[in-house]
Design a protein around this ligand. Sequence first.
Ligand code: GDP
Length: 296
Amino acid sequence: AEPEVEDDSEQLEPRPPVVTVMGHVDHGKTSLLDAIRKTDVAAREAGGITQHIGAYQVTVDGHRVTFIDTPGHEAFTALRARGAQVTDIAVIVVAADDGVMPQTLEAIDHARAAGVPIIVAVNKIDRENADPQRVRAELAAKNLTPVEWGGDTEFVDVSAKTGQGLDQLLETIVTLAELSELRANPNAPASGTVIESRLDTGRGPVATLLVQRGTLRLGDPIVAGTQAGRVRAMTDYRGERLKEAGPGTPVEVLGFDGVPEAGDRFRVVESEREARRLAQERAQRLKQEALARQMR
Ligand code: GDP
């Protein structure tokens, strides 16, 4: 991996937290992400466009929060397996009528392995047979003791269906993010991680990038993994065109020669020529590594 650049502390400015939602299948990850997105009044006013680009933002009391919109820890582990650390906070969803299940524990293990703080969202509390206290007891037994029981894990009761508790969940995320003092240098060539990518029949390669350092601008020469290009068009999760995007911002980008892979690091370089050289170098290295593996 290329060396990460260290910024001086005076260059750093606050940035939005990046949140991943994980948990057992059917416990409501997708529903919760949809419900949270709908709390964003500005997005609704923009025409209710629910463009899926793999990440979105909401604003809570003036604080922006970025959500990775691919539920499940498959995406989380896929990104991490490629060395990408994008998540600042993990929301673990547990259905109050079902309790802690195998994938709940897996999700917790993933968050812990990544050193990411956990907030537990106890979902489906609208259900008659919901038992949110049982969820607390089950997780306390796994060393996730609720704050209200003297531990240090925040539990929030929510219903993705009725919207109950969503404000409290968002406030809890913002409070935890503030404690973490997340910062990044916006005045640098942009770099970050590919969150999602695909080949669009009309538009060609499309990639959702999470900017983690610097500011990404229209026209920037860019390299991601084995793919080079230039930022030809940039839109946010509402489908609105952007000229630039700072740290913590997810953007959909057109202009790559090919489709980069989710988890690839991207960075802006001096020229398109330099981008192509780096991409080719990377492709060559991967080819050699694959050959070396076959020889063993
Ligand atoms: P995922 O597999 O974790 O993404 O779960 P989904 O979001 O697909 O939800 C699974 C099922 O639970 C769906 O039928 C949802 O409608 C339902 N569901 C999700 N959240 C709630 C909730 O808060 N209350 C109720 N009653 N049902 C919910």
